[in-house]
Design a protein around this ligand. Structure first.
Ligand code: FAD
Length: 321
């Protein structure tokens, strides 16, 4: 089987769930070869987790400056690994940085680029969400090696233990004048909640929440469900919630098991970021709101009356009532 390169998403200590999803998808095309880009020692820390999720080889692309630049070290590492392995495809997560890595790598390798992939056939044909979510198409790269950015939440992680072969990549020094440099790192606010793109449950609030204080209702329901909090662009633009939680065409793409939309009308740009969620629940006081046409379960009502009842019910069930 040919290798399929998988760029590992990690925080230095832990492999993110999005990588487990990539490894499961890579298995359909060949042997998953995980590429770890980080400071020295990172690959050794992540190896056991990657092996458990099916990596048949692990590339260590390590250098003391690997976490000081955005995207460039990952593009360099994938280019080197592609030269080494002649892979059938390269897979990255369709996060903000992943998309940039995918685009730059495809340009460097003169490869075909597929963004927002939500399904992969063993033949290499993929399902893709395009034009801001207006269409779902089937596509295949016909020239060069495919570089694919996979939508978080679209693939189920699988445990499939392997004994991965270790391979080293010597990262070249990064030219600071031609690359975005990391100047500071701050923990994102959000406490113990799961990351938006990794959560099984996302509870999002829109303009209907009415203000920053109103988001307490959204957070309480998310916490009762062990989920992440999201927001519409209108809510973000109005300053109700920070920008990094925006879901949609110009925000994050999510595909959780359960998406709950509170006070969100369902504009196409919002749907673009969440319409592949497995089950969608919407609470809106307007029976004509477009989101109710997409939702699996719609509640016509005031979110401030409905959401607290859901929160209470979930808390009671968790406590085993
Ligand atoms: P509104 O459309 O104002 O809807 C608020 C809803 O809340 C209404 O349906 C109302 O009935 C309901 N409501 C009010 N009070 C209550 C209550 N008490 N209880 C229950 N329901 C209540 N939007 C995104 O979300 N993400 C994006 O990434 C994004 N990208 C964009 C990119 C471009 C280029 C453009 C042009 C737009 C983009 N937008 C995006 C904006 C998008 O078009 C909408 O304006 C936005 O999604 C609307 O947000 P909303 O649903 O929260 O607000």
């Amino acid at each position: 089987m040919p290798d399929v390169l998988v760029l590992v998403d990690h925080d230095g200590k832990r492999v993110r769930r999005t990588t487990h999803e990539l490894l499961a998808a890579a298995r359909r095309l060949g042997d998953p070869a995980a590429v770890v880009v980080g400071t020295p020692g990172t690959a050794a820390r992540l190896r056991e987790d990657l092996a458990r999720h099916g990596a048949t080889s692990v590339y260590a692309a390590e250098s003391p400056e690997a976490d000081r630049f955005l995207a460039t070290p990952a593009v360099d590492a994938l280019e080197l690994a592609a030269g080494d392995a002649s892979p059938a495809a390269v897979l990255v997560s369709a996060t903000t940085e992943g998309r940039e890595v995918a685009g730059r790598l495809a340009a460097r390798l003169d490869a075909g680029l597929l963004i927002d992939v939500s399904g992969v056939d063993p033949s290499g044909v993929v399902t893709q969400v395009v034009f801001g979510g207006s269409y779902t198409v089937r596509a295949q790269v016909t020239h060069g090696m495919p570089v694919m950015a996979l939508r978080p939440g679209s693939f189920e992680p699988q445990e499939r233990p392997e004994l991965p072969e270790e391979r080293q990549l010597a990262l070249p020094p990064v030219d600071p004048a031609a690359s975005a440099r990391v100047t500071a790192r701050r923990a994102a606010p959000g406490g113990d909640r799961p990351a938006l793109t990794e959560a099984d449950v996302v509870v999002s609030g829109g303009r209907g929440v009415g203000g920053a204080d109103g988001f307490k209702v959204v957070e309480e329901l998310a916490d009762a469900l062990g989920g992440a909090v999201g927001a519409s662009r209108a809510a973000v633009d109005a300053g109700y919630y920070p920008h990094q939680y925006q879901v949609g065409q110009t925000g994050k793409s999510v595909s959780p098991q359960l998406y709950i939309a509170l006070g969100i009308s369902g504009a196409i740009q919002h749907l673009a970021g969440m319409q592949t969620s497995k089950t969608i629940v919407a609470v809106n006081k307007d029976p004509e709101a477009p989101i109710l046409g997409l939702a699996d379960f719609g509640v016509v009502g005031d979110l401030f009356a409905v959401a607290p009842v859901l929160t209470q019910e979930m808390a009671a069930r968790r406590a085993g009532r």
